[in-house]
Design a protein around this ligand. Structure first.
Ligand SMILES: *[C@@H]1O[C@H](CO)[C@@H](O)[C@H](O)[C@H]1NC(C)=O
Length: 226
């Protein structure tokens, strides 16, 4: 907030207060000081909340600026937003905080558990790039199903073209790192929009130092997914 906005914000309140005082003294002179004081406080609070409401209304009107489609029987009358953060443009990587609820994550773990060996390495393997496979993979979506007490970050060692001369060793865990947090999602592209491979999308899972890492991996391919 700039100092100008602060000024705009506070001026009407001050005006409301002084107006309240003059009104008190002119017409309610016989109600005594406590009454006057209370009345003035109420007036001040009313002005304060009214100006707050008005500014919120302004924000809501902004969302009404969308020219919405007619909805179907089961649709919504409002726009929905999935908040995300661009954590990198090279590679194109997008972080989705609170993508899934803890209950949804637990449900996925419960479904997967009977089919898996109890090994965090197996789960982490899905994050490791297999060169023969990458050509058909456009993007990867990771959903972190658990918090990890130490380590376990998804690392992009070549982010922004850095470290590309060195030998890639994921154990060194360098470059851009996304910390696994329960319910958060990470989407990144392996291909440029022109379909050529983005070398900065090379990634791996840093070693888990403490705790267990659970992650659901969805590969998005340009061919049929088997
Ligand atoms: C595809 O796009 C990337 C990134 O913009 C660029 O570096 C590369 O040269 C392009 N490749 C082709 C074949 O056009």
């Amino acid at each position: 907030m700039s100092s100008n906005e602060m000024f705009d914000d506070y001026t009407p309140k001050k005006k409301a207060k002084s107006r309240a005082y003059s009104l008190c003294w002119n017409s309610k002179a016989n109600i005594g000081f406590p009454g006057v004081f209370l009345f003035c406080c109420l007036f001040f609070l009313a002005g304060f909340f009214a100006s707050n409401l008005l500014s919120q209304r302004g924000r809501r009107l902004e969302s009404l600026d969308y020219d919405l489609m007619a909805r179907g029987e089961t649709g919504d009358d409002s726009v929905s937003v999935i908040p995300f953060q661009v954590i990198s443009w090279r590679p194109r990587a997008f972080y989705f905080p609170n993508f899934a609820t803890p209950a949804q994550c637990q449900h996925i773990i419960d479904m997967a558990k009977p089919k898996l060996e109890p090994s965090t390495v197996l789960l982490a393997k899905g994050e490791t790039q297999q060169p023969n496979d990458v050509r058909t993979r456009v993007a990867t979506f990771l959903l972190y199903l658990s918090d990890v007490e130490g380590g376990g970050e998804t690392a992009f060692p070549f982010e922004d073209g850095l470290n590309m001369d060195e030998n890639y060793d994921v154990k060194k865990c360098i470059g851009l790192k996304a910390k696994p947090r329960l319910g958060d999602g990470l989407l990144f592209y392996s291909l440029f929009p022109n379909n050529s491979i983005d070398p900065t999308s090379t990634h791996g899972s840093c070693p888990v130092i403490k705790g267990a890492k659970w992650v659901a991996t969805k590969w998005i391919r340009d061919q049929q997914d088997f």
